[in-house]
Design a protein. Structure first.
Lengths: 466, 489
């Protein structure tokens, strides 16, 4: 609850800050402080609820439920945002004429994030998804004079509105199918009554609309264009925090309501997973622009995350937390560097290791993590997903397929490493202050630490004390 | 504590190496480190043989059931000794080579040594997988940065090949892990699995592991990365790859495949053996036709490794003993061959056999040393490889695990004859005959190369005459492996 209120309030603070503060640096520091406070407030709530009391007790009539899983997902989202602000706040400021408003919009997105990680009622899911999405349409189009940015914004808006419509239809079907006439997650599940065609149809519509949101194939078509068209800083935010939150929403819905109907939808999810892995990985191979490659790679990573929904075991829940953290850290890092570069093609990275050895080294860590090489967080993230899928005892073909796709992913991630280290070239000047580098090194160290001790994060699901 | 030191010393020293400013001090620093590691390894081999010092265990991921547990038994002793001994040899032999950014080169070399040591000593499947990959990454960077003209494509192919293999192995490891009673990655728990996993499941699990190991060794249809990478890598890295890294595959077979999945191994052993046989003959025939010295040695290595793999699947005491000793022998012999190739290339600027000739007149010391190494490669009596190959042949011939033991022995014998053909042919064309305009200017080898090649030749002869200590060392390990592998139904 704290996070929902705080992020909404801070969004308003940022807006008025933009009106009163003339100094751009002050606005940036205000945003960074906001993200830090948001994280602190959320951790405090985790701590308090583990003690069994709340200092801000608002009766939500069980429409929102605050469990450790959702709160930990919040923590990851807020910590990612904090790092994102530390790395890219200057670039956010530069993305368009209304710097402070962009920060405000990001805080509103975070409000939506904390709603979708804690909903217990389909209406709350809908509201959360909307609060999450609408600021993003604006952020996507923030580069006003850029045609591609405008196109991306419109495309995103139309696709987003379409998928929200499908979600509403799905919610309506599920509501109709539940005997009690209720939107609560515990009531719409199939366990209490045999599945009716109405229920199955509603379920399918929910799968479609949530697949839209997490950009799983075959509902991924908007992703490359939107990620490529919007200003690079905002792509970073969309691909990490927002995608992670949409995934948590996905998992909460299926874990809480549709567990008993698992045999009905497992095959559908398996097919979506296979398609996502295939399309994401194969298309990424052919990209010439690193930014577009990362858009497809984010689809490919979603393919792996879908294993969590496929299996729905404890291991999957633990794993998805780690996966979102690993993926967000690495992606934010890469995008922070990419946002400072003028040339977004692979050739733009040629010879970077000579000019900027620190940036090249940390970028290598990020890419290795995305590829899932041991000693990085990405390895254990993939490990958990594969283990969860093998645990189901079925879908072994999918595991082997995923593994082969992971090998394909090495190809495009390593092209960047090859460009940086093995090829000669004159990269454009990159503006990288010592502070920027220090934060990047910190992110890289965090990735390596999570790659050696993933338990450190996962154990927080069960006990918040270290 | 000794296995921990074997990993930690090169790891920490390698990480420190990135911060040494001067290339020459980095070179000396890594040489010093590698000698310290030899000392540690020899210490564990001779002085302190108590179980407590050869075994170490610490909590790592308690809720996953994985521990940081490392141990040295006969097989890992001999392979870690090989790893320890090879690095100073490599550093001294290539002492005169100048690298751009030398500090990074030497630091990555030490990191790869740490990874290799980790593979050989870990007795926890997840830890093993970690080190398996960690040995690969530094080598990838080494070859891609300091390699030859086509280095990027060649090493990339190598990386993707081995990565596919190791991911398949990871799937296998997770599957086995989920079937252990107490969800643990410990080797001992894996060893008790065989009666709980049906022979059908063992069959496909066998392939998940075997493909990973076969790519590393490499065995016939998975070998295509190897000649290119050996040719394109800087010689020091080629030595690591061919001398030590290929042993990871053999080691994996004997530690993580055969004893863990005895029924799968028994069912598919003949198929794998057939691949080995095809590889041996095929690689030997190609080696005869090679004009490039590096590619010749590369193909001859495929043939030799295939023979060792064949002997593993024969599952006999004498054959496995042969593999153990031959893994060490092959390591030092092939490093010696690479040293000679590197010397010739640096002096003459070419590796083409057809452009060389008459080197024996100009460089007699080199010629004598090379002939001994080459004869060892052909497994002539009195050399170390004779002991290993003799044991392996007896093992394959007396094998009861296969019906085709006679066929395998005869075909393997043919490949040894072929190896004599290409090695002697090479000596004849490169060292004998008249000199030409290019080899007229050749000089004999210098002190560091003399010491190293001399030391290797002494090792070759000593092990060839008195192999008993090595055989004693691995005896109990081999008996343990056999006891687990002979469990059939």
């Amino acid at each position: 609850m704290n996070a929902i209120i705080f992020s909404a309030v801070w969004g308003v603070v940022m807006m008025s800050g933009g009106a009163f503060l003339k100094n751009k640096n002050a606005i940036r520091y205000l945003a960074i402080a906001g993200a830090g406070l948001l994280l602190a407030v959320n951790i405090l709530e985790m701590y308090m609820s583990s003690q069994g009391n709340h200092y801000l007790n608002i009766d939500t009539k069980r429409m929102l439920v605050f469990e450790t899983f959702g709160l930990l997902a919040n923590c990851i989202a807020f910590a990612s945002t904090l790092l994102y602000f530390l790395l890219s706040s200057k670039d956010i400021d530069r993305a368009g004429p209304n710097g402070a408003d962009y920060f405000a919009l990001i805080f509103f997105v975070l409000c939506g994030v904390s709603l979708v990680t804690s909903y217990n009622n389909l209406l709350m899911l809908f509201i959360g998804i909307e609060i999450l999405s609408i600021p993003l349409y604006i952020l996507t189009g923030s580069s006003k004079r850029n045609l591609k940015s405008n196109e991306a914004s419109l495309k995103y808006f139309l696709m987003g509105a379409f998928s929200t419509g499908i979600m509403l239809l799905g919610i309506a079907f599920l509501y109709g199918a539940s005997k009690t006439g209720s939107f609560f997650l515990d009531d719409i599940g199939v366990g209490k009554f045999p599945p009716t065609p109405l229920f199955i149809f509603g379920l399918l519509l929910m799968i479609v609309s949530l697949s839209f949101k997490v950009s799983a194939a075959p509902f991924h078509f908007w992703t490359p264009d939107v990620y490529d068209g919007s200003p690079t800083v905002f792509t970073s935010f969309m691909a990490t925090v927002v995608k992670g939150a949409a995934f948590i929403a996905f998992i909460r819905l299926f874990g809480n309501s549709f567990m008993d109907a698992q045999p009905k939808w497992q095959l559908v999810i398996a097919i979506i997973t296979a398609a996502t892995l295939f399309i994401g990985n194969i298309t990424a191979v052919f990209q010439q622009s690193v930014k577009r490659m990362l858009a497809y790679s984010s689809i490919a990573q979603v393919g792996f995350m879908l294993f969590a929904i496929l299996s729905m075991k404890t291991m999957a829940q633990e794993g998805i937390i780690l996966y979102i953290a690993a993926y967000s850290l690495a992606t934010i890092g890469i995008f922070a560097i990419l946002a400072r570069m003028t040339d977004h093609t692979f050739e733009g990275f040629n010879g970077l290791a000579k000019k900027q050895p620190v940036l090249a080294a940390v970028n290598t860590v990020f890419l290795l993590s995305l590829a899932g090489i041991p000693l990085t967080a990405g390895f254990f993230a993939k490990y958990y997903m594969l283990a969860a899928a093998i645990q189901t005892g079925k879908y072994f073909w999918l595991v082997i397929f995923a593994v082969l796709c992971a090998a394909v992913s090495v190809y495009y991630y390593f092209r960047v490493i090859q460009a940086m280290y093995f090829k000669e070239g004159e990269p454009h000047q990159i503006e990288a202050s010592t502070g920027f580098k220090a934060v990047l090194v910190m992110v890289a160290v965090l990735i390596v630490l999570l790659g050696i001790f993933p338990q450190w994060l996962i154990d927080r699901l069960y006990t918040i004390f270290i | 504590m000794i296995p921990v030191l074997l990993i930690a010393v090169p790891l920490l020293s390698g990480l420190a190496g990135f911060f040494i400013r001067n290339g020459n001090s980095a070179k000396n620093w890594s040489l010093l480190t590698s000698i310290v590691i030899v000392a540690v390894s020899v210490f564990g081999l001779t002085v302190d043989k108590s179980a407590s010092s050869l075994h170490f265990e610490a909590e790592w991921l308690p809720s996953l059931g994985s521990k940081f547990s490392v141990a040295l038994d006969g097989m890992s002793q001999i392979l870690s000794l090989l790893t320890a001994v090879s690095f100073p040899i490599i550093f001294i032999a290539t002492y005169r080579t100048d690298y751009k950014n030398a500090k990074n080169f030497y630091a990555l070399m030490l990191l790869s040594q740490a990874g290799l040591m980790g593979v050989f000593v870990s007795v926890d499947a997840l830890l093993f997988y970690f080190f398996w990959e960690l040995a690969l990454v530094p080598v990838y960077f080494l070859s891609s940065i300091w390699g030859g003209e086509r280095r990027i494509q060649a090493t990339f192919k190598f990386f993707i090949y081995t990565f596919v293999g190791s991911l398949l192995m990871l799937v296998g490891i997770i599957y086995l892990y989920l079937h252990t009673k107490n969800l643990s990655f410990a080797l001992a728990d894996f060893y008790s699995l065989h009666s709980f996993i049906s022979p059908q499941d063992q069959g496909w699990l066998f392939w998940l592991f075997f493909i990973a190991f076969a790519i590393k060794m490499p065995i016939f249809p998975f070998h295509t990365w190897q000649p290119d990478v050996y040719e394109q890598s800087p010689t020091a890295v080629t030595m690591v790859l061919s001398g030590i890294m290929v042993k990871m595959g053999l080691f994996g077979l004997m530690r993580w495949l055969g004893p863990v999945l005895p029924q799968g191994t028994w069912v598919w052993g003949d198929t794998a053996s057939a691949l080995c046989i095809i590889g041996m003959i095929y690689a030997s025939l190609i080696a005869i036709r090679q004009d490039d010295l590096k590619r010749l040695v590369a193909y001859s290595s495929i043939a030799h490794i295939s023979l060792m793999c064949l002997a593993v699947f024969a599952t006999t005491q004498i054959g496995l003993q042969g593999v153990m000793i031959q893994m060490f022998n092959h390591g030092i012999n092939i490093i010696a061959l690479w040293i000679v190739v590197d010397l010739i290339e640096r002096q003459m600027g070419t590796r083409k056999i057809s452009e060389l000739g008459g080197l024996a007149q100009k460089a007699p010391a080199l010629a004598i040393l090379l002939v001994i190494v080459a004869l060892a490669n052909v497994a002539l009596p009195l050399t170390n490889a004779f002991v290993g190959e003799f044991l392996m042949f007896s093992g394959i011939y007396t094998s009861t695990a296969t019906k085709y033991n006679v066929v395998f022995t005869v075909t393997a014998g043919i490949s040894i004859i072929l190896s004599a053909v290409y090695m002697l042919n090479m000596i004849q064309k490169v060292f004998l005959g008249g000199t030409n305009a290019l080899t007229e200017k050749a000089k004999d080898i210098q002190w560091n190369e003399k010491i190293i090649l001399g030391a290797i030749v002494i090792l070759i002869v000593v092990i060839g005459i008195y192999p008993q200590p090595v055989l004693e060392l691995t005896k109990t390990t081999v008996e343990g492996i056999l006891a687990k592998m002979s469990y059939k139904f």
